[in-house]
Design a protein around this ligand. Structure first.
Ligand code: PLP
Length: 216
């Protein structure tokens, strides 16, 4: 194993932020977002022991990780089209972008067929931005209930991407509140610029790209 200064720095900051909110670094998973990065940048982070990676495209993830699949946990953090659901269920450990009933139905079918279930996060569009995926907050409770009851899916967590131009804290707080009232345990929130804030609001995983690999 080699040392990566960028990885060490991010892990230190996660540990500090977790400690400051009465938790430990074991309570927060670092998801290294390797999308659009060259392998030359990804290899040192993998070589330094990082084992959880996030990708936003099914095809790109399969090309990059198929050969190394057994070494890592892979999370899909980008929008999922229903026609890619079969591959996504087969390939990913976690899908963080469950955001609509049609997708819930197709995922349920694939899980049944393949006898294999990725862990699932419901994406919530906390800022109600038109260009962004995710259930809007006022419909999140009903959507989570439908995932569970209508489609028999186990919702492990919630995920959000706050609007770029707003302070993220209120969005993280809102996601935590929706999770608590629905009995959902995990919170995927926080990126390079705001992961410490997200941890303060209860993030159990943070998705960090550029702070680890450099600008895309
Ligand atoms: C790209 C991306 C990230 C990582 O963003 P950085 O600012 O580079 O840390 C996190 N989450 C999602 C959903 C992304 O698409």
């Amino acid at each position: 194993m080699t040392v990566s200064p960028a990885l060490t720095d991010v892990l230190d900051r996660i540990a500090q932020a977790a400690k400051a909110s009465g938790r430990t670094d074991a309570d927060v998973t670092l998801v290294a977002v390797s999308k659009q990065q060259t392998w030359e940048r990804v290899a040192p982070i993998l070589g330094a022991g990082q084992a959880v990676f996030g990708e936003n495209r099914v095809q790109e993830a399969m090309e990059r990780w198929s050969e190394r699949r057994s070494k890592v946990e892979l999370r899909l953090i980008g929008p999922l089209q229903t026609n890619k659901a079969r591959e996504a269920v087969a390939f990913f450990d976690v899908i963080e972008t469950l955001d609509r009933e049609k997708l819930a139905g197709v995922l349920a079918e694939e899980i049944q067929k393949q006898g294999k279930a990725p862990r699932l996060y419901v994406q919530v569009n906390t800022g109600e931005e038109e260009q962004k995926a995710g259930a809007i907050p006022s419909e999140a409770d009903a959507f989570i209930a439908a995932c569970r009851q209508t489609y028999g899916l186990n919702v492990e967590g919630l995920m959000c991407i706050p609007p770029a131009a707003e302070p993220p804290g209120p969005h993280f707080a809102l996601l935590a509140k929706i999770a608590a009232r629905n009995g959902v345990e995990k919170l995927s929130m926080g990126m390079s610029d705001d992961f410490e804030t997200a941890i303060r609001f209860g993030a159990t995983s943070v998705r960090v790209g550029s702070a680890l690999f450099g600008a895309r």
